[in-house]
Design a protein around this ligand. Structure first.
Ligand code: HEC
Length: 158
């Protein structure tokens, strides 16, 4: 019972992250720079899939193991996209229209790569979740991966 309650709390916490990410999507009109627009699309597709998992965790969408595994696997796959074509030099915040990418992405590429590795691991941990409670239990780490990277490598609203 206690485990169930704490996993629900984590799901709620993760959904707060999702809600604010969703707000950013509706407010930011991506970019005229194609690399910036492409990485925004990468993030939006990640955000879509965490939304699916959050809906299952909250009981708003019926638990379906194949759907859960597919959504979690898609996030893991998106976390492993090769970065150079989208995170191109000279597209940090202030240098390219619509970008909120901090310069630290380029000065600390290892740390940025680690952030995606943490996301991949958190997503893969949800693959095989046996019920909505198990999905909820994984949402804390998943939402935490988004938050940790955004705090370090994403700049303020433009
Ligand atoms: C390793 C770093 C990293 C991780 C992990 C990460 N993000 Fe991001 N995200 C960024 C950066 C950097 C930006 C800003 C990019 C820019 O504006 O050029 C961003 C932007 C976004 C945006 C705005 C896209 C737009 O259209 O402007 C959304 C939505 C988003 N992230 C959702 C998520 C969600 C949800 C997760 C977790 C499931 C996540 N991100 C994980 C680094 C990360």
């Amino acid at each position: 019972m206690r485990i169930l309650r704490s996993s629900k709390l984590m799901a709620v916490a993760a959904c707060t992250v999702i809600a604010s990410a969703g707000l950013a999507v509706s407010q930011v009109a991506t970019s005229s720079n194609k690399a910036v627009a492409a990485r925004h699309a990468q993030m939006q597709v990640i955000g879509y899939h965490i939304g699916v998992l959050g809906a299952v965790a909250k009981g708003e969408m019926a638990y379906d193991s194949a759907m859960v595994d597919a959504a979690a696997t898609n996030i893991a796959t998106l976390a492993t996209l090769q970065r150079p074509p989208m995170w191109t030099d000279g597209t940090e915040q202030g240098a390219a229209d619509g970008s909120r990418a901090k310069a630290e992405i380029w000065s600390d590429p290892g740390g940025f790569a680690d952030g995606f590795a943490v996301l991949e691991k958190a997503a893969l941990a949800i693959v095989g979740a046996a019920d909505s409670g198990a999905v909820g239990a994984g949402m804390g780490d998943l939402g935490g991966a988004c938050k940790a990277c955004h705090e370090k490598y994403r700049g303020p609203k433009n």
